[in-house]
Write a protein that binds this ligand. Structure first.
Ligand code: ASP
Ligand code: MG
Length: 440
């Protein structure tokens, strides 16, 4: 069995939805098809939810009406037959009755999460009906029957697997099984989700749960690129990546994959293939456990980083100092990305400023604190690059004219990260593109 996941832009227009039906039919063997919401829908649902949480009912209703219109037009174009137009209309009406019901009630966090789930629930129903209209035999398997997270929001892979296997066994004569990305149940059995962009994660969790042959993530770009195509003029797709390389890139800002996607796939050694719906012939990127070592593969950048420097003479030759510093971050449930130390100071970066003020207050107990916001981590990735000679020289030669705030090397052998002020990000990415890949 293989798992095929299609993102929002791949299902976002009626002709695209028809296109992916073709792709699915053209893929031999049994498959589980994971779909995102139509592009823009989850953003709109977030907006509606925020209005409702703020008590702005009129604005929420305006957006609901606009979204409903979008879906009414969508089904009209998607289904050629009158009978299926009527089925589509019934689906859309049903969903919007539910959305308005949620909006009219006591709107709390729980209703918000239920609202967010509607995007994937409707896209999968519309796609399923599209296949039925084409007389294709398929089944819709609700993700809420098997996908779950625990009290720490971590997916429960063993439980997911235990639920999914008998469900699939009961559908053994069906070749195409459709399910929702992103949505799940939490430990209170409420509707919840795997965070924005989580449909990729759903696909790899399913792949791991059923030990599928492969997980394919279909997007609108021809695989992972060596650099950010929005910032650097010339980039190239990378045909092969290792799990380690792909994880680093996804975590440090490559937008193509949800950062946790690789974890379950790597655990059971299931290849992840990135493919382009708009150019199905393009080879894309295959992510596996094997790869060439010692070459630069790609660069990714993560914005919105805050660097915190703690300078303290008490750190001098003291043990236990870093533990107390880390405890402050732990108590505020804030994770640390980069860290560098000298004998009397330590610099730490975080990507979540929610608790910054109280973190700062507590750190002042230890010494003098300075904070730099709007920093960018630039992460240079390649399997075991740090075990090879000349790697740092190449990186720093490329960045010779840029002030570098922090450097991290040696944590993993697969990455060197540098921190720069956001204003230097674009220049740095371009210089590295030229220096490391000869691309200009
Ligand atoms: N629809 C969700 C989002 O926009 C999940 C996904 O597309 O992966 O975040
Ligand atoms: Mg995505």
């Amino acid at each position: 069995m293989i798992v095929l996941k299609f993102g929002g832009t791949s299902v976002g227009k009626p002709e695209r939805m028809r296109k992916i039906a073709h792709l699915v039919l053209g893929t031999p063997g049994k498959k589980i098809v994971v779909l995102s919401a139509l592009s823009g829908t989850t953003n709109t649902l977030v907006g509606i939810g925020e209005h409702l949480l703020a008590g702005q009912h009129a604005q929420a209703e305006e957006e609901i009406a606009r979204l409903e219109k979008h879906y009414t037009n969508f089904i009209d174009e998607l289904y050629p037959s009158d009978s299926h137009k009527a089925i589509g209309q019934e689906i859309v009406s049903r969903f919007f009755i539910l959305i308005r019901l949620l909006a009219a009630g006591q709107f709390d966090d729980k209703s918000y999460r239920e609202l967010l789930a509607q995007g994937e629930l409707i896209s999968t129903e519309l796609f399923y009906q599209h296949l039925l209209e084409q007389k294709v035999s398929a089944r819709l398997l609700p993700a809420l029957y098997f996908m779950s997270i625990d009290e720490n929001d971590e997916p429960e892979l063993e439980k997911i697997s235990a639920r999914l296997k008998p469900l699939l066994a009961s559908l053994s004569e069906i070749d195409i099984i459709i399910t929702q990305g992103y949505i799940c149940r939490n430990n209170k059995n409420e509707i919840d989700n795997l965070k924005r962009g989580g449909s990729d994660y759903t696909a790899s969790l399913i792949g791991a749960a059923i030990r599928s042959e492969e997980v394919q993530i279909w997007t609108d770009i021809d695989g992972m690129h060596n650099n950010d195509p929005r910032i650097v003029k010339k980039t190239v797709p990378i045909s092969e990546l290792t799990f380690d390389e792909a994880s680093e890139l996804a975590y440090f800002g490559a937008k193509i994959l949800h950062p946790s996607t690789i974890v379950p796939a790597q655990k059971y050694n299931i290849p992840v293939r990135l493919k382009n719906t708009l150019d199905e012939k393009a080879p894309g990127t295959i992510i596996t456990s094997k790869g060439i070592e010692g070459t630069f593969k790609a660069i990714a950048a993560k914005d919105g980083i805050t660097a915190i420097n703690i300078r303290s003479s008490r750190m001098l030759m003291a043990y236990g100092f870093l533990r107390r510093v880390f405890e402050v971050f732990e108590n505020h449930k804030t994770s640390i990305d980069m860290i560098t130390t000298s004998e009397v100071a330590v610099s730490i970066t975080i990507d979540n400023n929610v608790h910054l003020a109280s973190i700062e207050t507590e750190l002042r107990k230890f010494g003098v604190i300075s904070v730099d916001k709007d920093q960018t981590i630039i992460c240079i990735v390649g399997q075991k690059i740090t075990e090879h000679k000349g790697v740092l020289k190449k990186i720093f030669d490329s960045l010779a004219d840029i002030p570098v705030r922090m450097v991290s090397c040696g944590g993993s052998t697969n990455n060197v990260s540098v921190l720069v002020d956001k204003q230097y990000k674009d220049t740095a990415l371009n210089l590295l593109n030229e220096g490391l890949f000869g691309l200009k």
